[in-house]
Design a protein around this ligand. Structure first.
Ligand SMILES: CCCCCCCC/C=C\CCCC(=O)SCCNC(=O)CCNC(=O)[C@H](O)C(C)(C)COP(=O)(O)OP(=O)(O)OC[C@H]1O[C@@H](n2cnc3c(N)ncnc32)[C@H](O)[C@@H]1OP(=O)(O)O
Ligand SMILES: Cc1cc2nc3c(=O)[nH]c(=O)nc-3n(C[C@H](O)[C@H](O)[C@H](O)COP(=O)(O)OP(=O)(O)OC[C@H]3O[C@@H](n4cnc5c(N)ncnc54)[C@H](O)[C@@H]3O)c2cc1C
Length: 572
């Protein structure tokens, strides 16, 4: 049933039921509430949306305007949309599919506001799917991509729900209206941390799909003459084509491994939180926010590189690449806009740097900030050694975090308020946070290829891929490594030479590396990326099925072109 709904498309969007609505019940409902709603959601006996974003606020959750006001006389919450901008706007499935929603609203009780909390609201009748009394629903209209998903809007006109519909695992409102504090006010945001973590795998899978399509097509496509008189080569023989595709292929593996770490971290830290230990929440938030931002941004850019590497046919929907790009572009905005998320990571790094300056030994993903020497030790480094490459990325990140933090401290010493100093250093802060996440991805990639249980021949290929990913990062951001002399120009030249060698070394395994993603044609939905490589036959068949080809002479000829041609000819 769920699969059927999933593929129904055309105005039916059940994705968010699975990735946001159901996990919110799992993470924010009490055991009692889970008994009431979780199985209904898991069996798709109800279909839900995660209704947090409003027309006027998506990023600034504390600025949301929807209200949930507790009425102790009836022990109900009154859900209301007080302004036009408080209209819930964007939630997937909200327009036409969902009959329930978890609604994020400002909680008021006894005349005081306690900030955003989640509430379960039935929005459509289970009998006839009509909107419930006081609820106005609709679709927000065509989008860049994913138009099968009915991202919708909702307005609430003093809709009453039982007190028990507030998801009360962390915070509670008693029958008399007493508010009971949660261990952390940010626990109401916990499902966003979870979802951001899943975006890392979504990015990896999207980049894996795009590189599968582009690498396979680059073995089918023959074009031009590499040597006069010789047959047209596979375009994958061109070094420029390898330089376009193999770093994206390496990034797909890097992000795949990063998502393994993210999943493990999320499970471990939320497990500790279940026992009351909140100490890991800040690192989990910073890591999920930074990884989500970094991997989705690189993925969206990488998919477009793959699209361009396929020439004209890459621009056709037959390739599957425009749709992949549109989906990946959504990942850059949804679940926390990328800039805002990277600034959250920067906020955590500045805090950790200050702790390190005060003598605290840092642990976890920021441990290197304590360990890295501020003064560079230039010298002829072995740029093919993974340890050397990891150390270079950590040095770069530590230097940039230190620079941004010191810049901010300097602004405040000149008398600027902290918020103003933050804003005037935020570009530096973003770059430092990106360097931090990049160094994490490189280190995690290197540790994974060195420890994963695979045949040694496979380890050798993965090691080459990790070297390629790291060397590409160093050459693309050479200035960051040269700035304090940690790497020399000779090191950068060596990195470029090794990168060229890695392109040639990965070439023989490129098809095997994309086949290893094991993406069925039905998932890839790409004529160019077909497993059987029969691109041209299927491209022609695909085009013939275009709606425009239903008639030999399209009706637009008779309506527009014919009279236009006629009147132009009459003037000759
Ligand atoms: C190719 C595949 C195609 C698939 C296509 C799919 C398309 C996408 C599918 C749909 C999914 C999308 C669903 C959604 O978008 S749901 C809505 C998502 N919305 C957001 O993510 C909102 C983002 N904004 C926020 O999270 C917050 O407003 C904020 C930006 C983090 C700011 O919060 P706040 O103002 O409260 O906090 P401060 O910045 O002042 O920081 C205060 C301290 O709180 C800590 N903090 C913040 N957030 C968290 C958290 N989540 N967990 C833990 N701690 C948190 C922060 O670190 C500060 O701590 P400090 O100690 O420094 O004070
Ligand atoms: C495909 C898709 C699906 C979605 N699904 C859902 C869903 O199911 N449920 C749901 O609730 N929401 C959903 N959303 C909404 C999404 O969560 C928001 O769009 C997202 O959080 C961004 O918020 P915003 O739209 O307010 O952007 P804004 O924050 O208005 O972004 C505009 C610009 O302002 C900048 N900016 C904002 N704040 C700051 C700051 N503090 N510092 C620096 N720059 C800043 C941003 O960087 C950005 O450049 C979806 C969105 C999309 C595109």
């Amino acid at each position: 049933m769920a699969a059927a709904l999933q593929t129904l498309g055309g105005g039916i969007g059940i994705t968010l039921h699975w990735i946001a609505f159901t996990p919110t019940i799992e993470q924010q409902a009490t055991e009692e509430q889970k008994k009431k709603w979780l199985k209904l959601a898991q069996d798709v006996a109800i279909v839900g949306a995660y209704a947090q974003t409003e027309m006027g606020h998506g990023t600034f959750v504390r600025g949301l305007e929807t209200t949930a006001t507790y009425d102790p006389s009836t022990q109900e919450f009154v859900i209301n949309s007080p302004t036009l901008t408080s209209t819930k706007w964007w939630p997937g499935g909200l327009g036409k599919t969902a009959n329930h929603a978890t609604v994020m609203a400002q909680l008021y009780t006894r005349g005081k506001c306690y900030g955003p909390h989640n509430f379960m609201v039935q929005i459509r009748s289970l009998e006839n799917h009509q909107p419930c009394p006081g609820v106005t629903l609709g679709d927000i209209g065509p989008k860049m991509e994913s138009n099968g998903n009915d991202n919708g809007f909702a307005r609430f006109d003093h809709v009453r729900i039982p007190r028990e519909n507030m998801l009360m695992k962390f915070a509670r409102v008693e029958a008399d209206g007493t508010y009971v504090q949660p261990p952390s006010s940010k626990l109401a945001y916990s499902n966003m941390v979870y979802l951001r973590g899943t975006f890392v795998m979504s990015a990896a899978q999207a980049l894996a799909s795009a590189t599968t399509i582009a690498v396979r097509y680059s073995c089918v496509r023959r074009q031009s003459e590499m040597k006069p008189g010789e047959p047209e080569p596979q375009i994958l023989e061109y070094q420029t084509q390898q330089y376009k595709l193999f770093p994206q292929l390496a990034a797909a593996y890097a992000f795949w491994f990063a998502s393994w770490f993210m999943t493990q971290q999320h499970g471990s830290i939320t497990g500790s939180m279940e026992k009351g230990d909140m100490s890991g929440l800040a690192e989990l938030h910073a890591l999920s926010a930074g990884l989500k931002s970094y991997t989705t941004a690189v993925t969206a850019r990488g998919i477009d590189v793959c699209r361009m590497a396929c020439g004209g046919h890459g621009y056709s929907h037959a390739s599957g690449l425009p749709a992949l790009f549109g989906g990946a572009a959504a990942l850059c905005t949804a679940e926390g806009e990328n800039t805002v998320m990277m600034l959250q990571t920067a906020r955590y790094l500045v805090k950790c740097f200050a702790q390190s300056q005060a003598g605290k030994r840092l642990t976890g993903t920021v441990a290197y900030l304590s360990a890295v020497q501020p003064s560079p030790v230039a010298g002829n480094r072995n740029m093919s050694d993974l340890g050397t490459l990891v150390a270079a990325f950590q040095h770069r990140a530590a230097r940039m975090v230190r620079h941004a933090a010191m810049q901010m401290q300097g602004e405040m010493q000149k008398g600027k308020a902290r918020e103003d100093a933050w804003n005037s250093c935020s570009v530096l802060l973003i770059k430092a946070a990106e360097a931090h996440v990049h160094s994490f991805v490189v280190r995690n990639f290197a540790e994974t290829v060195q420890t994963v249980e695979v045949d040694e021949s496979v380890r050798a290929v993965l090691t080459s891929l990790c070297q390629l990913y790291s060397l590409y990062g160093i050459t693309e951001h050479a200035g960051d490594f040269l700035k304090d002399g940690y790497l020399t120009g000779r090191d950068i030249d060596a990195a470029s030479s090794h990168l060229s060698a890695m392109l040639a070394r990965v070439r023989p395994d490129a098809v095997a590396l994309v086949d290893a993603f094991d993406l069925h044609d039905k998932i890839l939905r790409s004529v160019l990326g077909r497993y059987d490589g029969r691109v041209y036959e299927h491209l022609y068949e695909w085009a013939k099925k275009s709606p425009l080809n239903k008639s030999e002479v399209h009706e637009s000829y008779y309506k527009y072109l014919q009279p236009f041609l006629k009147s132009n000819r009459a003037k000759l």
